[in-house]
Design a protein around this ligand. Structure first.
Ligand code: SF4
Ligand code: SF4
Length: 89
């Protein structure tokens, strides 16, 4: 199990920001209730993902939700198995 042969499919899920302040504003989406999450492109991929390398462009300061998403855990396995999941994490 490796991210190298997965093409970062978890980076299509919604990433809710919980108090993070280090994410540049242009990468953040704010909903009508003031909730903050990583912005996504129309095709669902996180705006911070480098589409050439399929690597995170803000890896060192990526949100907690992303840091907690461990390769091989149940969420990762579900995402790889289902492909799209429910769009949240
Ligand atoms: S954590 Fe899992 S779902 Fe995400 S890129 Fe790595 S292998 Fe794919
Ligand atoms: S912030 Fe980085 S690790 Fe998190 S979903 Fe976006 S590209 Fe993936």
């Amino acid at each position: 199990m490796s991210c190298a042969n997965c093409e970062a499919c978890c980076c299509r899920l919604q990433v809710i920001l919980i108090g993070e302040r280090g994410i540049p504003d242009h990468l953040v989406e704010v909903d009508r209730w003031g909730g903050r999450s990583m912005a996504r492109l129309e095709d669902g991929w996180c705006i911070a993902l480098d589409r050439g390398t399929m690597k995170c462009r803000i890896y060192e300061t990526r949100p907690k939700v992303c840091r907690d998403f461990a390769v091989g855990d149940y969420e990762c396995l579900a995402e790889r198995g289902l492909g799209t999941g429910d769009g949240r994490r």
